[in-house]
Design a protein around this ligand. Structure first.
Ligand code: DGL
Length: 269
């Protein structure tokens, strides 16, 4: 079965590129809910309903395992979907935990009690919905003590990226970093807690300065997925790679091609 990768739009392609490079023999089906992006300004119920619909579509079309390559969907929908119970043989995973395990120096699935870690001051950049869910702080509190987190809701950045307006996206990133630094002048690490933001990683790093370690999810999620599939090989293999969108396939293909700098062809979901 192909592995499904879901995002509200193009951001999850940053995760897809890393997992496809790490697992070249696994076919992936990418699903962009472009008609409803951005998710980050929607309320939790709305995000849950949209995410569940997309995940069911991927399950029904042969993906036993679906990765929510979207922090906003992971924050609003993952726990609720898992608690409600998923169909037999199906799985859904999010992108938060690999990142937090890396930040707190843990191996995959290490569920030992929270402990002190090296990093003390963390800046979190994410969508308004992810910030208001406090899901990141909750997952962190299960694993670490004494970490001060300052969250900055980066309104407008996803819209600008989806519209291909990188000049606006850059200006917004700089202004969100300035706002964060007024609250936390010297973070040790910064989390790019939205899968769209790695497309702006150089700008975040430049605005934060060279002493701040910027963590983004793509490679961390790729390592963690490789580990997961090694233990459950039946979840991957077979099926054709595809790129699906609920938006206009021609327009989404053009933007995706610009971002990834290789030809991408989306079809209607
Ligand atoms: N890329 C997404 C995330 O990781 C969603 C952005 C949005 O649709 O607002 O949060």
């Amino acid at each position: 079965m192909a592995v499904g990768v879901f995002d509200s739009g193009l951001g999850g392609l940053t995760v897809l590129s890393a997992v496809a490079a790490r697992l070249p023999d696994v076919p992936f089906v990418y699903y962009a809910d472009s008609a409803h992006a951005p998710y980050g300004v929607r309320d939790a119920e709305d995000i849950f309903q949209l995410t569940e619909k997309a995940v069911r579509h991927l399950w029904d079309n042969g993906c036993d395992l679906v990765i929510l390559a979207c922090n906003t969907a992971s924050a609003a929908a993952l726990r609720r979907m898992q608690e409600a119970g998923v169909p037999d043989g199906k799985r859904v995973l999010g992108v938060f935990v690999p990142l937090i395990e890396a930040l707190t120096e843990r191996d995959w699935g290490d569920n030992s009690p929270p402990r002190e870690v090296d990093v003390k001051h963390v800046a979190l950049f994410a969508t308004p919905a992810t910030v208001s869910s406090r899901a990141f702080q909750r997952e962190l509190a299960f694993r670490a003590v004494g970490v001060d987190v300052e969250a900055q809701a980066c309104g407008g950045v996803v819209d600008a990226i989806e519209e291909g307006d990188m000049i606006l996206a850059e200006a917004l990133v700089r202004s969100h970093v300035d706002a964060l630094k007024r609250k936390m002048p010297t973070p040790d690490a910064a989390i790019l807690g939205c899968t769209h933001y790695p497309l702006m990683q150089d700008i975040f790093q430049a605005a934060l300065g060279p002493d701040v370690r910027v963590l983004s999810q793509a490679d961390l999620v790729a390592d963690s997925l490789a580990d997961y599939l090694e233990r459950r090989p039946a979840m991957a293999g077979g099926g054709e790679p595809r790129f699906l969108t609920t938006g206009d396939p021609d327009q989404v293909s053009v933007r995706a091609t610009q971002f990834l700098r290789r030809q991408m062809t989306f079809t209607a979901a």
